[in-house]
Ligand binder design. Structure first.
Ligand SMILES: *Cc1c(COP(=O)(O)O)cnc(C)c1O
Length: 381
């Protein structure tokens, strides 16, 4: 279905917020084609063992659905803490973990608690387009500056923007979407220092800017690329956000999470809706997490596939950005829309996103990647 705009006649009668009039809802096309490589999903469906465990757990949860779920989802927080420790070597107390229906909800919670009228939030483009919507939806002023030509951050520009704008929130995706670029920890450290007193004035004193490192794609990072989880101990204003939607292969589950200092978790608990994580979600997420090991093999092969694809695109004479994620930004094309359309005609769906002239392709199965490469060769020859 195509995105519906609120029609003019109805908008005349409904008290729709003026800043929403004429806008279209966010959403990439969901087309039924052979190779869907447009929203960075894991191409591998859960195994029979995982499906059976989820079904069992959900059946047990169903027996108690007359009751509200565990509001504080402690069992799930413990399991997420164990997963993070395994994945990154950083052990976090379960109380320092927060989850929501996708990391999108977790980040919206942060805006609800720390943004709002009179507050601002910053990011550096090209980056994830949803950040701007969290700001819009919470009436937080949105400030967007540019990344460097190689899609890294200009640290001086970051520092200057913090000084000038006094934002409540700074959002940085690492690895970044749609470029795949990971931030060196040295950069994050410098930004955390600059953010210590760069936030809005609270009772006449400068608060910190909350620095959100969105690690939705962290599991795909290349060997030697560290996670910002390592910096949490010394940074009370740092949030690291993760999700089960990408590497974990559970986009349909809707489970994202973050870890941060206790004061930040306490703040988001003020704004969350009561019982926001359903008993079914909690049960399914716990079951999926019990199978985390199975994923490791998949993630390793997707990373190899990605590195091969980067080489392949370069061999075709294109530019492809080094990626720490499960997608590759490539180009440039004089008419990227035409390339996108020609690929759809050949059964391959990718994404028109990023700077003018560039396109993004998600890493699929080897067969899907091969179909993409063959189609692209045809289109550009
Ligand atoms: C996909 C993605 C997310 C994940 O969103 P969920 O709500 O957890 O599915 C978060 N941040 C970025 C940059 C993404 O690309």
């Amino acid at each position: 279905m195509s995105a519906a705009r609120i029609d003019e006649g109805a908008a005349g009668r409904l008290p729709l917020r003026e800043d929403l009039a004429g806008l279209e809802p966010y959403g990439a096309p969901q087309l039924e084609v052979a190779a869907r490589l447009n929203v960075n999903e894991n191409p591998y469906a859960p195994s029979a063992g995982v499906i059976a465990d989820i079904a069992d757990s959900v059946a047990r949860a169903a027996a108690g659905l007359n009751r509200y779920p565990d509001r504080d989802f402690m069992e799930l927080r413990c399991a997420l803490a164990d997963y993070l420790a395994d994945e990154s070597g950083v052990r976090r107390a379960p109380e320092l973990i927060w989850a929501g229906n996708g990391s999108n909800e977790v980040m919206l919670h942060l805006f609800q608690a720390f943004g709002g009228p009179g507050r601002s939030a910053v990011s550096f483009a090209p980056t994830y387009s949803m950040y701007h919507e969290y700001a819009r939806d919470t009436n937080t002023r949105w400030i967007q500056r540019a990344r460097l030509k190689d899609f890294m951050l200009d640290l001086e520009l970051v520092e200057q923007t913090l000084r000038r704008e006094r934002p409540a929130l700074l959002l940085l995706a690492s690895p970044n979407n749609p470029t795949g670029t990971a931030l060196p920890l040295g950069d994050v450290k410098r930004i955390l220092e600059a953010a210590e007193e760069s936030g809005p004035l609270v009772d006449g004193e400068a608060a910190s800017t909350i620095v959100v490192i969105d690690e939705a794609y962290a599991e795909f990072r290349r060997e030697g690329t560290p996670s910002a989880l390592e910096l949490l101990e010394d940074a009370p204003h740092l949030v690291v956000s993760r999700t089960m939607s990408k590497a974990f292969g559970m986009a349909g589950l809707r489970l994202g999470y973050m870890t941060a200092a206790k004061a930040i978790i306490d703040a988001v608990m003020l704004v969350r809706l009561p019982y926001h994580l359903s008993a079914v979600t909690q049960a399914a997420a716990l079951a999926a997490l019990r199978h985390a090991d199975e994923l490791r093999a998949q993630v390793a092969s997707l990373r190899e596939e990605r590195d091969r694809l980067v080489e392949r695109l370069r061999a075709m004479g294109l530019r492809a950005v080094d990626s720490d994620a499960n997608f590759v930004l490539f180009g440039p094309f004089e008419d990227r829309r035409a390339v996108f359309d020609a690929l759809v005609e050949r059964g391959v769906l990718i994404r028109v996103v990023g700077p003018e002239g560039w396109l993004r392709v998600s890493i699929g199965t080897p067969e899907e990647t091969a179909a993409f490469v063959t189609a692209l060769e045809e289109v550009i020859s």
